[in-house]
Design a protein around this ligand. Structure first.
Ligand code: AGV
Ligand code: CA
Length: 313
């Protein structure tokens, strides 16, 4: 089987770290690099957790983890950024007592340039956080654009409601675009093929109690227990829907890489609003650039797929 080369840039949330685990378990992808941007996380615990996940679940894969030195415009809430500390502290990631996977010498955007150049085939980019490192990599090395197969990005929405509920914002944006709207706008201006796993589809995979129970019942599998423990850090508030309702945003985006048939895709021409009260909003407009929007998902097939991957540890 030919394996797809994937470079993964994430921002250390619970679902970003679970995504790294799921990605490492796929037999049809080859991970060529991993980097972490301190958006929805603090950098140090997210880099540690990533290295430990590669150690524990990467089957001996030879990777290093690059830390980003990028900064965004609109910071994530501290409560959410704390989650990386909790994942990093999980006993299952600390059993061996040492960390083998090294930290890369170069910062994320330069690390990504090297990984793309050093891979003979074209690379698929998986971004489950803001696009800042990609925008910077393209500034630094415009030549890499031709070696990017496509960008698979968790971000954006064409619904009226986004998921940003912040002062001075009108609520129409999704967080990963909102954190650095200018970076997203810059990437929109390239010719890179973009697959957008937008809130349209991620809203269809909330972390419901039945899923938590399924993972609890299968916790004798180490990989399933790992996922269950991770998601226990973002507990459900069952009596009402809130801003803290957790969806499998990034895990769906990652699953789409391994199994495209899980979702439905349509082309939308769009732009990114770079500033003002709607900053970070993705807007459909006929003179915008085409993006492939993942707007629908087979929910059961998705949960079956990731649970099966987790069982094979
Ligand atoms: O907007 C979704 C992105 C995803 O990449 N992140 C979380 C996922 O990693 C931001 C986010 C939105 N709502 C959140 C988020 C919440 N309630 N808790 C933590 N992060
Ligand atoms: Ca994320």
């Amino acid at each position: 089987m030919t394996k797809k080369p994937i470079y993964f840039n994430h921002d250390g949330g619970v679902d970003d770290l679970v995504s790294l685990f799921i990605l490492l378990r796929m037999d049809n992808v080859e991970v060529t690099g991993v980097s972490v941007i301190p958006a929805d996380c603090y950098l140090e615990p997210a880099v540690f957790a990533s290295r430990k996940i590669i150690d524990r679940f990467g089957n001996g894969v030879n990777l290093d983890v690059a830390a980003s030195n990028s900064r965004g415009k609109n910071p994530f809430p501290k409560d959410w950024r704390m989650h990386a500390f909790l994942v990093d502290a999980l006993p299952i990631l600390n059993e061996s007592g040492n960390v083998v996977t090294p930290v890369a010498e170069k910062p994320a955007h330069l690390h990504m340039i090297d990984a793309i150049r050093n891979t003979s085939e074209k690379t698929t980019l998986l971004f489950t956080g803001p696009l800042t490192d990609l925008a910077r990599a393209l500034d630094e090395a415009p030549d890499i654009e031709d070696k990017i197969e496509r960008l698979v990005f968790m971000g954006g929405t064409f619904r009226e409601d986004g998921n940003v509920h912040e002062p001075e914002h009108d609520g129409t944006a999704e967080w990963n675009v909102f954190w650095d709207p200018e970076a997203a706008a810059k990437v929109w201006k390239t010719n890179i093929e973009i697959d957008l796993v937008a809130l349209e589809s991620t809203n269809q995979v909330p972390l419901t109690l039945d899923v938590r129970e399924r993972w609890a019942m299968d916790r004798s599998y180490i990989g399933v227990d790992f996922i269950g423990q991770c998601y226990a850090m973002v507990p459900p508030l069952v009596h009402f829907k809130t801003n803290s309702t957790y969806y499998l945003w990034d895990v769906l985006t990652t699953a789409f890489i391994g199994k495209t048939e899980l979702v439905k895709v349509k082309t939308v021409n769009s732009i990114v609003v770079p500033d003002g009260p709607s900053q970070g909003r993705t807007v459909e407009t006929s003179d915008g650039r085409p993006v492939n929007v993942v707007y629908d998902v087979d929910r059961n097939a998705f949960f079956d797929y990731i649970t099966e991957l987790a069982k094979q540890v």
